[in-house]
Design a protein around this ligand. Structure first.
Ligand SMILES: Nc1ncnc2c1ncn2[C@@H]1O[C@H](COP(=O)(O)OP(=O)(O)OP(=O)(O)O)[C@@H](O)[C@H]1O
Ligand SMILES: [Mg+2]
Length: 451
């Protein structure tokens, strides 16, 4: 799976994002390079540093969307964070190292899930036996001891037969409505307020871990329907079957070798020498970021994690601040720059109809749940794209996000009246579009507020 070629990666991204070929290419190459590196002999592998990327482009043109879709393709621990939410060490807020801790946590969950998947069959078998025990308790020992040997054997046989019958019922779903009472682990923790904030937050985690081991595992009895009970038991058994130590080891390994961090809004921490107000820590954040991007070791609750080979993909509008406003060391750490283009009418037409999650598809599906058959004519779509472009030019260019506001406005009436309409087929054509939107588009004031 992780052996998608760059071309295939771009193809996958094409399903959701229109245009922006440069950016797709760059991230595809970066992703493929992770895989290439894995194939190298160890001596050389350590030498190959990731080529970090900055995606530059105005708002609403697909930067974050590319990252989101890439995440599902990457099959490696992938974290998306907003650079703007970090603050310099010592200030209130999150310190940059927390992103490595988060990434490891993600990696751990990922490996754990895979392991659980791997032991699923075995866990399901054991869980089924446990559930049958609950449904049909073994005949008490004392009874069995008392009777004659012959009778005992007979009873035993009888029991087995009934048990198999129950098993069949279970498979056929005949017991689905039954309740069983069972013991489950009580994960609810005696409530302790954990102060969250840089440093302290990390301590919070440790305290929880420590106390978790300190208190005996609490069990509580609860009733559950058979299918739910089975699921709970499978989970419990799966957890017992996997070795958390090796999961953690594998997770750390995977994060170090193939982790990817998407640093959104990098431009928000660009800018130097501004020492008033909220800007005070911007450069500080960049300085904190530097060692992590360059490669250092971060202490996490799963052990030390080396960041040398983690790939960073940054993005930002860079409207006010420019990449050259980043501190020079950091600029050097992001050698690849790709630009995303502002979107125009033709892009909007395609965005409206082509992506797998295209807006028009969404609205059509939503209204179909009300029994309404909604269609858009080509001219209507063209008009919508045209309006989006115009409003973007005249007010503020918010890229494809403009389509959301416009469509919401366009379908406002229909959304409200859908359940009560007699007419079940609705065709949106050009006149429909102009009728609903012309007023708002013409008046710049109205556009500002409504679209
Ligand atoms: N090229 C595109 N193709 C398809 N959809 C797009 C495209 N560009 C933007 N969109 C849609 O517009 C919305 C906003 O895009 P996105 O979040 O990627 O913007 P961004 O570039 O990250 O902007 P910002 O700088 O404000 O963070 C998303 O819902 C996305 O699906
Ligand atoms: Mg974004």
């Amino acid at each position: 799976m992780d052996a998608l070629t760059p071309r295939e990666i771009v193809q996958e991204l094409d399903k959701y994002i229109v245009g922006q070929h440069q950016a797709k290419r760059a991230v595809a190459i970066a992703l493929r390079n992770r895989w290439r590196r894995q194939q190298l002999p160890p001596e050389l592998r350590d030498e190959v540093a990731p080529k970090n990327i900055i995606m530059i482009g105005p708002t609403g043109v697909g930067k974050t969307e590319i990252a989101r879709r890439l995440a599902t393709l990457a099959h490696s621990p992938f974290l998306k964070v907003e650079a703007s939410k970090f603050t310099e060490v010592g200030y209130v807020g999150r310190d940059v190292e927390s992103m490595i801790r988060d990434l490891v946590e993600l990696g751990k969950n990922m490996v754990q899930q895979e392991e659980i998947q791997r032991v699923q069959t075995r866990a399901a078998e054991v869980a089924e036996e446990r559930l049958l025990d609950l449904l049909l308790p073994h005949p008490p020992q004392s009874l069995r001891d008392e009777g004659q040997i012959l009778l005992d054997d007979l009873g035993q046989q009888q029991y087995q037969k009934t048990r198999e019958k129950f098993r069949q019922y279970l498979h056929d779903g005949k017991l689905d409505e039954r309740f069983v009472e069972m013991e489950v682990q009580d994960n609810a923790f005696p409530s302790i307020e954990v102060v969250s904030g840089s440093g302290v937050e990390d301590m919070g985690i440790h305290i929880k871990d420590m106390l978790g081991n300190f208190f005996p595992q609490r069990k509580k009895r609860r009733k559950a329907k058979v299918p739910d009970a089975l699921q709970l038991l499978v989970q419990e058994e799966a957890q017992k079957l996997i070795d958390m130590d090796s999961v953690v080891k594998e997770a750390v390994q995977r994060v170090e070798q193939s982790g990817i961090i998407f640093l959104d809004e990098l431009d928000k921490i660009a800018g130097r020498e501004r020492s008033t107000g909220p800007d005070v820590s911007r450069e500080g954040v960049q300085r904190d970021l530097l060692p992590i991007v360059e490669g250092s070791t971060v202490n996490t609750k799963y052990g030390m994690v080396k960041t040398d080979h983690i790939l960073f993909i940054a993005a930002g509008a860079f409207h006010v601040a420019k990449p050259s406003d980043l501190i020079p060391e950091l600029q050097g750490r992001f050698p690849i720059r790709v630009e995303l283009h502002a979107l125009g009418r033709d892009d909007f037409v395609r965005i409206l109809r082509e992506p797998q999650n295209a807006l028009l598809k969404q609205y059509t599906a939503l209204l179909a749940t009300e029994g309404i058959d909604l269609t858009f004519t080509d001219e209507a779509i063209d008009e919508l794209a045209h309006i989006a472009e115009r409003v973007n030019q005249h007010t503020e260019n918010i890229g494809a996000r403009r389509l959301y506001t416009i469509l919401e406005r366009l379908l406002d009436d229909l959304s409200f009246t859908a359940p009560d309409r007699a007419e079940r087929t609705v065709v949106i054509d050009r006149p429909y579009v102009t009728e609903r939107l012309e007023e708002v588009v013409k008046s710049e004031d109205l556009s500002h507020y409504i679209l």
